[in-house]
Design a protein around this ligand. Structure first.
Ligand code: HEC
Length: 127
C-alpha cells in the first residue's frame, strides 16, 4: 500500500515537473543573444568579422585562432580613403572570390540585411 502511494505521487509529479524544466530551458535559450537579431553593427562586427579582421580592422586584437588569415586592410587609412562605400558593401555581400580577392572572405548577403551591412561599413570607417 505504501509503495503504490509513492508510485502514484511520482506519476502525478512527473508531468508537472517535465514541462516546467523545458520552459526553463527555453527561457535561458531566449536570453542568449542571437546574432542575426542584433542590428548593432559593432556587436555583429566583433562577433562575425573580427575573427579575421580584428576588432579595429588591423587583423590584430580580436583575431581568433582557427580564423585565417589576419586581414589588416580595414585599418589602412590611405587604402580606405580610396575605396567607396559601394565597393565595401559589394565585397561584404558577395565575398572575396566574387571580387577577385582572397576567397576566405565569406559572402554575407544571405545572413545580413542591406541596412545592417551599411551600418557595418560606417563602423569600419571609424577604424
Ligand atoms: C574567415 C575570415 C573572414 C571573415 C570572418 C570576414 N572576412 Fe572580410 N575579408 C577576409 C579576407 C581574406 C579578405 C580579402 C583580403 C584580400 O584579398 O586582400 C576580406 C576582405 C574584406 C573587405 C575588403 C577589404 C579590402 O581589402 O578591400 C571588407 C570590407 C571586409 N572583408 C569586411 C568584412 C565584414 C564586414 C565581415 C563580417 C560581416 C568580414 N569581412 C568577415 C576574411 C574574412
Amino acid at each position: 500500500m505504501r509503495f503504490s502511494t509513492i508510485a502514484l505521487a511520482a506519476l502525478l509529479a512527473a508531468p508537472i515537473t517535465a514541462p516546467a524544466a523545458q520552459e526553463q530551458a527555453a527561457k535561458s535559450d531566449a536570453a542568449l543573444p542571437t546574432l542575426l537579431d542584433s542590428d548593432d553593427p559593432k556587436q555583429v562586427y566583433d562577433q562575425m568579422c573580427a575573427g579575421c579582421h580584428g576588432y579595429r580592422g588591423d587583423g590584430g586584437e580580436g583575431h581568433r585562432g582557427g580564423f585565417s588569415p589576419h586581414i589588416g586592410t580595414l585599418a589602412n587609412k590611405e587604402y580606405m580613403a580610396n575605396v567607396t562605400d559601394d565597393y565595401l558593401i559589394m565585397i561584404i555581400k558577395k565575398g572575396g572570390a566574387y571580387m577577385g580577392k582572397i576567397a576566405t572572405m565569406p559572402a554575407w548577403e544571405k545572413k545580413l540585411s542591406d541596412d545592417l551591412i551599411r551600418k557595418i561599413v560606417a563602423h569600419i570607417r571609424t577604424f
